[in-house]
Write a protein that binds this ligand. Structure first.
Ligand SMILES: *Cc1c(COP(=O)(O)O)cnc(C)c1O
Length: 240
């Protein structure tokens, strides 16, 4: 890493400043309060050093997609006051480690994952915070549960003692124009509001990435998952 590290640190700092300004501007434009919008820094493929740089700028929530890579960073940042969010596709054989080491999971789309996470959550860590991932883009996306099957999965999540149902998450099909982005985010927001009548403890609408954060804020998102706009483009893809 050598001399790159300082350069990245400054860049990350100025990127975070820009993102927070955009959040603030959009919040004002759409009648939202910026304090109710959490910025989750998506650090997948980024080194531990980048996490620490963002932490030094005040960020406390970090999102990871690949378990092995995440575990290295979680271990390397021990002692820091970080909430780790698992946001990537989750395989059943990875749930034990996720239940042990993460604070949140956003990408739950089937009953088996709920049951395993509930069973495997260490009691001394308190309940695992969970969002259900919904497929709002139909055939364009394979990730997430069909909205028609949501009631059953929410009922199951809400009943499990070692999980706390916090809300809904979606990754819309990529779109470049604001209108299409807003429609997708609105679709998730409508589901969120209608199901919240049954589960009033749900407080998290996890939608919005670097390319559609304005539309997500307009639609009511209160948890933005931002990678590229904070850390720059992802150059390497590490899996595990
Ligand atoms: C990578 C990723 C993000 C961040 O995407 P950017 O476009 O880099 O901001 C957000 N959410 C999920 C689920 C991701 O996998």
């Amino acid at each position: 890493m050598g001399y790159h590290s300082n350069m990245n640190k400054d860049l990350i700092q100025s990127n975070i400043t820009k993102v927070l300004e955009q959040v603030s501007t959009s919040a004002e434009k759409y009648g939202r309060s910026k304090e109710e919008i959490l910025l989750l820094a998506v650090s997948k493929t980024q080194p531990l050093e980048a996490v620490k740089a963002a932490y030094a700028c005040g960020l406390r929530d970090f999102g990871e997609n690949y378990l092995q890579e995440a575990l290295e960073k979680i271990e390397g940042s021990e002692g820091l006051d970080i909430r780790w969010h698992f946001i990537g596709p989750l395989q059943a054989n990875k749930t034990r480690q996720v239940a042990r080491h993460f604070d949140w999971v956003h990408s739950i789309d089937r009953s088996k994952l709920l049951l395993r996470l509930n069973e495997q959550r260490p009691l001394d860590r308190g309940p695992l915070q969970v969002c259900i991932q919904v497929n709002i883009s139909g055939e364009e996306s394979k990730a997430g549960i069909d909205p028609a099957e949501l009631p059953e999965l929410l009922a199951e999540a809400a009943a499990l003692p070692n999980l706390r149902l916090r809300g809904l998450m979606a990754i819309p099909a990529p779109a470049t124009d604001f209108g299409a982005q807003k429609n997708a985010c609105d679709a998730l927001a409508r589901l969120f509001h209608s199901h919240r009548e049954s589960y009033p403890a749900m407080d998290t609408l996890s939608i919005g990435m670097s390319a559609d954060m304005q539309a997500a804020i307009a639609a009511g998102s209160n948890l933005l998952r931002i990678g590229t706009a904070i850390f720059g483009p992802r150059t390497q893809l590490r899996r595990g």
